[in-house]
Design a binder for this molecule. Sequence first.
Ligand code: GLU
Length: 413
Amino acid sequence: MHRVNPFETAKKQLDQAAKIADFDPKYIERLKVPDRYVEVSIPVVMDNGEQKIFTGFRSQHNNARGPYKGGTRFFEEVNLDEIRALSFWMSFKNAVVNIPFGGGKGGIIFDPKKVSPAELERITRGYVQKIFHLIGPEVDSPGPDVGAGSQVMDWIMDEYSKLSGKKQFAASTGKSLDQGGSEGREEATGYGGGVILREVLSKNLIQPIKKTIAIQGFGNVGTFLAKSVHELGWRIVALSDSKGGVFNDQGIDLEQAAQHKKATGSLKDLAGTRNITNEELLELDVDILVPAALENVLTAENANRIKAQMIFEMANGPTTPEADEIFNQKKKIIIPDILANSGGVATSYYEWYQNMHQEKWPVDEVLSKLHTLMVQAFNDVFAVQQKYQTSFRNAAYILGAERIINTIKNKGV
Ligand code: GLU
C-alpha cells in the first residue's frame, strides 16, 4: 500500500484552509515548519543484562500561544515525520479549543507490550534524561498518547523533578491521581468527543437512518466515547482493536465487550457478535464512522467504499487528503480530529493548571468546565464553517490559524 506521510497531510490541510481565508502567506509558511525537533538515542540495560539502544523524538511545533504541549507515543512504527505531524496538529488543536498552549509531541520507537515493567521504566527515564533541557512545566509538558498512559506520565514527572532538584508536578500531564493527576483526565478525550457529537447532531447535518455507529479502536478514547454514544441513545454496532473487530446489528453491550477484552486480550469471538476485520468495519453501512485508532486508515483506496454519512475523527490524522476530497465531493460530513479529540489535551490543561496552583478539583468541576469549553469550541468552529460555507476541517484550521497568527502578530515577528 502507498504510505502517506502524515506531515505532508498536515501541511496540505493547512494549505487548503489558507486558500479559503485570506492569511498572509508568510505566517502560513512559518506554521508549516516546527520550531525544533530532536532525535535522541536512549541506551538501556535490559533485564537480561544486555544493552539496547532506543530511538526517541520530541517535536516542538509552535509556542506562540503558550508552552508546547502534546502527547508521547510509544509505538513500534513511530517515526519523525509522524511526530512532527502530531506536534503540528497539537498547535492547531490547542488553538481551536482555546487553551494557552502551543503544540508538541514526542515518541520512542518500540512496542511497550514487549518489554517488562522495569525495562519500560528505564526506557522512559532514559528518554527524559535526553530531552530534559528541552522540556519543563513552562516550556513543554508531555502528555499521554498511544502506548504511554498514566504510569509513564508519573515516571516522566518524577525523573524531571529529580533532575531539576525540585518537585514539579506540572512537568507532565495524564498522571495517576496520587501523583498530581486530574480527576476526569482518563475519560476526557472520549467525554469531550461525546460533547462535540451531541452538538453536531443538534444541527441536523445528517439524516440518521438507524442511529448506528461503528468505532475503530477500543482503547482509552474509543471506550469512553462509546459510553457517551450510548447515553445519546445511539447504537454501537461495531467495535475493533488492533487484532480485529466485532459486529452486531442490534448493538454491542459495552460492559461485556470490555470484560471480554480484559479476559482474552482482544474483542475477537465476543458472544453474540460476528468477527469482522478492521477494513470491513470502516466500510459498514452505518450512519457515523468513528476512526479512534491511528493515522491513514481512510485513504484513496477505500474512500469510495465508505458508506457512513459522517466521519467523526477521534484518532489524529485518520483521513488522507485524497480521501478527504472524495468525502467532500460526496457531501459527507467530517468532524476533524483537531476539534473532535481536543477534550484530552483540554483536560491536560486543567491538570497542569491545578498542579501550577496547588489545587485539586472534584471530577464534576473538571467535567463541567470541559463541557463548557467543548461547546464553545464547537460553536466557534461552526460559526467559521457557516461564514465560509466550507468543510469543518477547513473551518477548524481557519479558526486555529487565525488564533495562532494573531498571537504571533501581536507580539511581533
Ligand atoms: N495525546 C493527546 C492528543 O493527541 C494529548 C496529550 C496531552 O494531553 O498532552 O491530543
